[in-house]
Design a protein around this ligand. Sequence first.
Ligand code: GDP
Ligand code: IMO
Ligand code: MG
Length: 423
Amino acid sequence: MNKVVVGAQWGDEGKAKITDLLAQDADLIIRYQGGCNAGHTVVVDNKTFKFHLIPSGILYGDKDCFIGAGTVILPEYFEEEVSGLIKDGINVSRLKVSPLASITMPYHTEVDGFVESTAKKGKIGTTKKGIGPTYTDKYARIGLKIQDLYSKETLSEKLDVILPIKNKTLEQVYGLEPYSKEKVLELCEKYAKIFEPYVCFKWQELLEKSRKKIVLFEGAQGVMLDVDYGTYPFVTSSNPIGGGAATGSGYGPKMIDEVVGVAKAYVTRVGEGPFVTELTDEIGDKIREIGHEYGVTTGRPRRCGWFDAVTMRYAVLVGGLTTIALTKADVFDTFDEIKVCTAYKDTRDGKIYKSYPTDVYMHKYLEPVYETHKGWNEDITGIRKYDKLPENCRRYLARLEQLLEVPISIVSVGPSREQTIFK
Ligand code: GDP
Ligand code: IMO
Ligand code: MG
């Protein structure tokens, strides 16, 4: 069965842990969108691995891992991540990069950093990894792809089109330094060397060969950060939703049998943007401290709040989620009460929203309507069977299933591989 792992909230749901687990049964793991804005943590045998671009399945060493056309790659980050894995003794010989993936150039990170640090209004709180500007150029058809690095003629022709536009924008819009063709060619030569062992020009054969095998698609970010369906403009610039797996991997939608939405038992968000169930009090602090809610990529403290069934039901719909992996249930082990948001109330007129309202500029007027559940006050990190979970915990999970109308098939009770309950 081919599965997609999709973040169901605003990212950092524990996707990498679930990908690593599901990768056991897969022959090919494909990362389909995003770039090194992602920070993915896998804990195996008490050792913590942090990934940004490379599919978490790489740890097995005997599976093909493919970074698809829908991704954007910052070459130096890629190089650093690969050499970190090699140093740790991980076999990276089956790591493959699509020649169609987009390259993040230094001017992309410069623009991202510049916009973020000078914005007075509308700051997104990006990871400053050049994600937005790289995708902007891709869609404006002035981006560079990895395959361009290996044809002098193509690269030269493309740069003659790209650089005049790019430099004009860099200088006149941002007041940044322009790039000469010589400089960019020099960079590209360096990048060609970085990618050479991994670029997979025979990717069509790889996908063809794996068509009859088990493919796992790995998403980054989450549905609420999706550029089309998330809390726009406070989103990333790609499509983390289940549908993104088809466009970003090179396989069609019929290759997908199941979409596993990964959600925390609560919600976190890094960066700016609306967050109706956000807790800015000591309960939020308690969740952050117990859950170690600090960003993998930027170290920023994550904003924390109660589980939001309104956005989750929306994520089930637009993310195409067919089942849920619920993570970090253990973070509530010492909570007397746990709340779940079942609707939003408009403070201006009392209107109740059960469906997600997409005009996010109006979210400042919304307050959560909560139902309260009794906590279980028990350490569940050592439990491995669903029916051994405390009754209040099972009740909480059953209520979430009822609200979301999809089954919770995996419950995660700790960061390591074995701290997982398959229902
Ligand atoms: P991702 O971006 O979705 O892969 O998630 P991150 O790696 O950014 O953040 C998830 C964090 O939670 C990581 O530190 C994981 O090791 C940790 N984690 C994952 N599942 C669980 C769980 O069930 N319980 C606890 N306590 N930690 C978890
Ligand atoms: P993983 O895969 C959480 C957020 C940023 C910012 C917005 C846009 O680890 O879940 P960008 O740099 O993408 O232009 O920033 O998206 N963001 C993430 N938040 N987890 C992530 O990835 C994220 N990747 C981007 O904080 O709000
Ligand atoms: Mg993360």
